[in-house]
Structure formats: structure tokens, C-alpha cells
Design a protein around this ligand. Structure first.
Ligand SMILES: [Fe+2]
Length: 144
């Protein structure tokens, strides 16, 4: 059972995955498109991570059922951030650019999968109805 609590975060996941797919289809000569998409990716990714780390992770970190997965999630954000930084400092024409973006995509897909299939369902069991409702409102507020 998936409640509405995390629906907006799942929507974010879909959007970010889409931006990466678009980026992977660009050619090394499409510098302007790569720059613009990369800028969008960074903004969406960082906003999303900040929201999760501010609103979602703290209450889950303090519960036994969700603690380990939450600690992992912070680290996964960190790895994705690092890959993004490295990507930014690489030359667009470099062969490694696409390879690094692919590794970023793999890391992100793993993280998103773990949240959607494990962390969020566990959170729905570990938190009370009121807590979930509050979280849902905080997420909606931040997205507004
Ligand atoms: Fe996340």
C-alpha cells in the first residue's frame, strides 16, 4: 500500500530520471544543450535532496525500522552529489563525460528504487497517520 505522503517525491524522481535520459541522448557537440540540462539537473536534484534531508529523513533516522536505510540514503545523496560535481568539471567532449553520467544514473536509480520500494513503505508503517499527514503537508509546502 502506497499512501499519498511520498507521491510528490516519486514525481520528482521521475522528472530527474527523465532529465538524465535526455542528457544521455545529447551528443558531445551539443554543448549548450548539455550545459542547460546539466544546470536543470543540478537544481532539481539538490532541491529534492534538501527537501528529503530536511523533512523526511530526520524522523526516519530516529526510528529503528528505518534507521539503517535512512543512513544509507544520506550517503547515496552524497555519492550522487560528488558524481555531479565531477561531471561539471569534465570537458563536455571528453569520452568519460557520458560514462560518468551513466554511473550517476545507475547510482540514482539504485537510490530511488531503495526509497520507493523499501524506505517509503517502511516509513508508512513506522510513522503514525498524523506524522505522515504532517510530512505530506511539509513536502507539498516545500514544492509549492
Ligand atoms: Fe533521495
Amino acid at each position: 500500500m502506497q499512501t499519498e505522503t511520498f507521491a510528490l517525491l516519486v514525481k520528482d524522481h521521475e522528472m530527474v530520471k527523465g532529465i538524465i535520459e535526455d542528457l544521455l541522448e545529447t551528443s558531445p557537440s551539443a554543448k549548450k544543450t548539455r550545459l542547460e540540462l546539466l544546470k536543470t539537473l543540478k537544481k532539481e536534484l539538490l532541491d529534492h535532496e534538501n527537501l528529503e534531508e530536511r523533512v523526511v529523513y530526520p524522523p526516519l533516522e530516529s526510528r529503528k525500522a528505518t534507521r539503517d536505510l535512512t543512513l544509507e540514503a544520506y550517503q547515496e545523496h552524497h555519492v550522487v552529489d560528488q558524481l555531479l560535481e565531477e561531471l561539471e568539471s569534465l570537458d563536455f567532449k571528453d569520452e568519460a563525460w557520458k560514462a560518468k553520467l551513466t554511473v550517476l544514473q545507475e547510482n540514482l536509480l539504485h537510490h530511488v528504487q531503495e526509497e520507493e520500494k523499501e524506505l517509503f513503505p517502511k516509513a508508512e508503517k513506522a510513522l503514525s497517520k498524523d506524522q505522515l499527514k504532517t510530512m505530506e503537508q511539509q513536502i507539498a509546502q516545500a514544492k509549492a
